[in-house]
Design a protein around this ligand. Structure first.
Ligand SMILES: CC(=O)N[C@H]1[C@@H](OP(=O)(O)O)O[C@H](CO)[C@@H](O)[C@@H]1O
Ligand SMILES: [Mg+2]
Length: 540
């Protein structure tokens, strides 16, 4: 332990700098993160000793600009770090240099960690220019305690390998090659059920956000045995990471990546910078842009699964988990037409993941395209039994086999752009569905997301899965009366967990109304929650 602390002097903390483990770990300008990385390496080692399992550390700032970076820890089952340890992360991160030894000791004592135990930490990084040095700082923190450095991987690949390692290979082989083999085999298996697919139908444009996802799609492609014809753009050869491209840009700007020619009707998707999010889109013959976001993806997947369950005659409950950002139309469609259970949780994948675990099959997606499907152990066993049952009829058997391959094509540890893409492509193929038909399942309500800068965003406190503000006083009343002015309207505000802003969301019957409402609510936030800088201006 003394040794680790001596080394920490090589990764000194700038005095006074205070950061918090937020929605997605630590995330800020890369220049401020060296000490954080070192300390998270130490914390991951402690967590590994405590859980007696492999722990992951991913160096990435996802969809943030290239100048930023970040770090998040991956727990033994490939899920996000447990909340109690987020507090330790924040404590270690903010301990001044001469107080670090005490802070580390406190974690060891509180958690009664036996320091003589082995530790194993998997470290991964994205393609940012700051990532090599920062992941080295993590490795220094893990020190000589038996970490494994995977180098360049997507965030979901790291989660996957942690889970594989901790299940001793039951979930798959803990290598990147093993990841490709498992998911691609399942894809090939699924698409055998699609008849006569033309090369046109197999064609997909992929925007790699100039990040790690692009590299990994290239690496994976040959495993697909020509079952998918990918045109890759924003592959990192020229453009800047996440700059005018990627899933977040496409979702928030509601337009295709800049400088990309897409033909009308062509199916396209965008990953984010660490490839754990995906959104689809196309432009129609009138040049109008159509976005198929996380809500549409969840709808497609849950519809597919529900149909298969019915065909298989399996009595398993299925739920879709969303956040307040889910488009109102999607929630109505899922509840009223699809008749599946719909749940709403706070923003942040860990909340959705946790809720989805409560069902036999839990489909969870944030509107921004981060999500996956969880199958309970019981569900997997029932599906397997039916698939192997010699007496079941052909329809049932086919459905069971399709369900089995679906389980295998999905990365259940965390939202995964690559595995989600394979699942979506397989569903469209099996159902013989075009992207337009998928889009037509329901029509999104026009919506708008804005950001407001305030002096301290913590003055906003929310309840009811962040759909209502309880403080500052008067804010929720103001929002309520603004919402009443518009038809089919809804709006809410919450402090971001990844940026120093308050986020405003509004949806309404028309785009004009959604824009106006978002602006009016922004003004209310600015006035009642300590806005800084210029007053929010109406949208052009
Ligand atoms: C509205 C929105 O898209 N928020 C994102 C964003 O969180 P914020 O807490 O809103 O900054 O980043 C998170 C991490 O990637 C993601 O889980 C979440 O959905
Ligand atoms: Mg991401």
């Amino acid at each position: 332990q003394d040794e680790v602390l001596k080394q920490s002097a090589l990764h000194p903390k700038p005095a006074g700098l205070c950061l918090q483990y937020g929605t997605a770990g630590f995330r800020t300008n890369a220049k401020q993160l060296d000490h954080i990385m070192f300390r998270m390496g130490m914390l991951a080692t402690l967590r590994s000793k405590k859980t007696q399992a492999t722990i992951g550390v991913m160096v990435t700032a996802s969809h943030n600009p290239e100048e930023d970076n970040g770090v998040k820890l991956v727990d033994p089952m490939g899920e996000m770090l447990t909340p109690a340890w987020e507090d330790y992360a924040t404590q270690l991160a903010n301990a001044e240099q001469d107080d670090l030894a005490r802070a580390v000791k406190e974690v060891i004592q509180k958690e009664a960690i036996d320091m003589s135990r082995e530790a194993n930490v998997f470290v991964g990084k994205d393609t940012r220019s700051s990532s090599p040095a920062l992941s080295q700082a993590v490795i220094d923190g893990v020190s000589a305690l038996g970490g494994h450095n995977y180098g360049l991987v997507t965030t979901p690949q790291l989660h996957y390998m942690v889970w594989c390692q901790n299940t001793k290979g039951k979930y798959g082989e803990a290598t990147v090659e093993g990841y490709y083999r498992k998911h691609c085999q399942a894809y090939v298996q699924l698409t055998k059920n699609a008849s006569n697919r033309t090369d046109d139908q197999k064609h997909l444009c992929v925007d790699g956000a100039n990040g790690i996802g692009a590299l990994k799609v290239r690496e994976m492609e040959h495993h697909l045995q020509k079952g998918l014809q990918i045109s890759l753009f924003n592959d990192g050869s020229k453009g800047k990471l996440n700059h005018q491209c990627g899933a977040d840009f496409v979702k928030v700007q509601q337009k295709p990546p800049a400088d990309i020619e897409i033909n009308p009707g062509e199916r396209c998707c965008s990953f984010d910078g660490d490839a754990d999010r995906i959104v689809y889109y196309y432009t129609d013959s009138d040049g109008r842009f159509h976005l198929l976001d996380g809500d549409k993806i969840a709808t497609l997947i849950s519809t597919f699964l529900k149909e298969l369950l019915t065909q298989a005659g399996l009595d398993l409950n299925i739920a879709v988990v969303q956040t307040a950002y889910a488009n109102g139309s999607s929630t109505l469609y899922l509840e009223n037409t699809m008749k599946v259970i719909v749940k709403c949780t706070k923003t942040g994948v860990k909340h959705l993941h946790h809720e989805a675990q409560k069902f036999d099959i839990g489909v969870y997606f944030e509107a921004n395209g981060h999500g996956t499907v969880l199958f309970s152990q019981a569900a997997v066993e029932k599906i397997q039994q039916l698939a192997e049952d010699a007496n079941s009829d052909d329809t049932k058997k086919r459905a069971a086999l399709l369900l089995q391959s679906t389980v295998n094509v999905i990365n259940q540890t965390v939202g995964d752009a690559i595995s989600d893409m394979l699942l979506i492509e397989a569903i469209l193929a099996v159902r013989g569905m075009t992207v337009q038909q998928w889009d037509a399942m329901y029509t999104d309500l026009p919506n708008r997301q804005l950001k407001v800068k305030v002096s301290d965003r913590r003055v906003i406190d929310t309840t009811d899965a962040e759909r209502r503000a309880v403080s500052p006083a008067g804010l929720q009343d103001a929002i309520d009366s603004l919402v009443k002015k518009y038809r089919q309207a809804r709006s809410f505000v919450r402090p971001s967990g990844t940026e120093d802003v308050v986020r405003v969301y509004a949806e309404a019957e028309t785009q004009e109304s959604a824009d106006a409402l978002a602006h009016e609510v922004s003004l209310a936030v600015y006035r009642l929650a300590g806005g800084v800088g210029d007053e929010p201006k109406p949208l052009q």
